[in-house]
Every structure is written in C-alpha cells, then in structure tokens.
Design a binder for this molecule. Structure first.
Ligand SMILES: [Zn+2]
Length: 291
C-alpha cells in the first residue's frame, strides 16, 4: 500500500526567506498556517554537493530549469515534485532553480567536495570479467527496464535505514582504480560483514528486480516511488521476488560475494532514475524534511 503523504502536507507550511524558500517548522493542529496565496517553489537542501540530490516542489510550476536544463515536475499529492541529481562534475557555486516562466526562482548552493581514490587489485581472471561487454550490456538492459517506471507516490515517508550491519569499506563517490587503471567511480557504498549477514530493505517499496546478474551477482532493485530506487548487489541469497512489496527493515537477502567482488560485502546504491546519488542524506532525514 502506498504511504500517504497527505497528513504530512497538511501540517507543512511553506515559508519564504529572502528569496530562498525553505520548509517552515512542522506545526500541529490549530497552529497550521498554509500560505495558499503565496506562489511556491522550494528546493531542499538549499546547499548541496556534487553527487548529491535535491528535492524540488511547487504548487504552480510544472517545469523548472537548472544548469540550463529543463526538468518537468510530476504531479504528486496536490503539488509538483521532482528529485534532481547533482552531477559529479557540477561546478561549485551559486545557481538558480527557476520555473519555466521565470516567475519563481530559488537559489541553490553547490559546495566543493573531494572524492578519494580507491585502488584495488584483482586477479587477471576477475579483471577480464569486465571485458565481457555482451553480458554486461544484456544485464544493463534488464536493469534499465526495472528502473524505467516508478510509482507516482512515495512508498516511504521517513528516513532510509542502513541496509546491513557491517564495516563501511568504500564510501560513496570514490574514484576506483582497478589494477592501476582508472575505472568507474564507486557511486555506492560498500558494507562488509560475514557471508549470510541479513540484508534488509532500506525503506518501503516494491521489488522491481531480483535476479542473478553477471557483475553485480545476486541483485535486488527496489522502487520507492517518485523515481527513487535502491540497489543491493553481490548477495549470497535472494529472499524476495520481482513484483513483491516490501517494508522497511524486511529481510530481502543475505550478504555474499557473487559477481565482480573480492570478498563478502553489500554494494548498496541509491538512484534517481538511472543516476546514482549519495545515499547519506536519505539515511539522515526523510527527503521530505531535508533542510
Ligand atoms: Zn561497491
């Protein structure tokens, strides 16, 4: 069942602070002050980093522009919303998120962030795995199909939960170097623990892929709605099926080292559509309450 955001929206008042709109305090009962007359456009958080994500919402604007790019918003619960990923190569500075008609505008600050280099050494045999482009492309088709559509309402309302207990071995955004050769950026987090360690859904959602893939091994993708997806890779065992709805904290599989992996760990990523974003802000607070 989809989690209703109606009660949240009734108590959330939008306030404007010197050209930048932010959420006001969530107030209860008789103190509710909905500023219905005020045109609204908000972006949260108002200060972000390359690789992170912002949440845009408006009562009026159906399209916004940022980085000279146009982003249609989606109707959701009486307003228009969209998560927009901030590219890794976004230049730090001050930007405007504007409605297409330029009547509404809010500022967005992108601060610099340093991403470390992470060198790993793998066997020649394992390294050759990455050259089987036919299998990799076939899997990518499955992955893209799973993420092609997302529920129009959020399944979640609260913050996301770390999907397993273990040691954070590779943080988000590290530049990977495999056997001395620069490889893809590690746009996910790695949590290492023993094989068989339970892995649970980081939030409510619907399983859109539960399959054994070539590089990511036993893999699950969960649609959380509003184009937000989480991915879980290298599992030893899958315990849910495609199409199944899951609750936050429900066990979906077990930690393993299947696919392109050097030891038991969970590779956990969060995506907006097909773009990986930093999961950390989702763990810290509900995206609807990002400041
Ligand atoms: Zn990983």
């Amino acid at each position: 069942m989809l989690h209703s955001m109606v009660s949240f929206m009734l108590v959330a008042a939008l306030t404007f602070v010197s050209g930048t709109s932010t959420y006001g305090q969530v107030v209860e009962g008789a103190q509710v002050q909905l500023e219905k007359q005020q045109p609204s456009l908000s972006v949260s958080p108002a200060s972000t980093y390359p690789g992170d994500v912002i949440f845009v919402r408006s009562k009026e604007a159906q399209t916004v522009t940022l980085f000279s790019q146009s982003y249609p918003l989606q109707p959701s619960q009486g307003e228009y919303t969209r998560f927009i990923p901030i590219p890794f190569n976004a230049k730090p500075g001050s930007y405007q998120v504007q409605s297409a008609d330029k009547k509404l505008s809010v500022s967005l600050t992108i601060s610099p962030k340093k991403f470390e280099v992470d060198s790993i050494t793998v066997s020649q045999k394992m390294n050759q795995m990455r050259q089987d482009t036919a299998r990799i492309n076939a899997d990518q088709k499955k992955i893209n199909a799973a993420r092609a559509a997302s529920a129009k309402s959020a399944y979640f309302d609260g913050p996301f939960k770390q999907p397993a207990i273990g040691k954070l071995t590779t943080p988000f955004g590290y530049q990977r170097v495999v056997n001395g050769v620069p490889a893809n950026r590690h746009a996910a987090i790695d949590i290492a623990n023993k094989t068989g360690t339970p892995i649970w859904a980081s939030n409510h959602g619907k399983v859109v892929l539960a399959d054994s893939l070539y590089l990511t091994g036993n893999t699950i993708i969960i649609d959380h709605g509003l184009n937000v997806f989480s991915i879980y890779a290298h599992m030893s065992k899958l315990e849910v099926k495609t199409g199944q709805e899951v609750k936050q904290g429900q066990v979906i599989g077990q930690m393993g080292t299947t696919g392109f992996s050097t030891g038991p760990h969970l590779h956990y990523g969060m995506l907006i559509g097909n773009t990986y974003v930093n999961p950390q802000p989702f763990f810290e607070a509900s995206p609807f309450l990002w400041k």
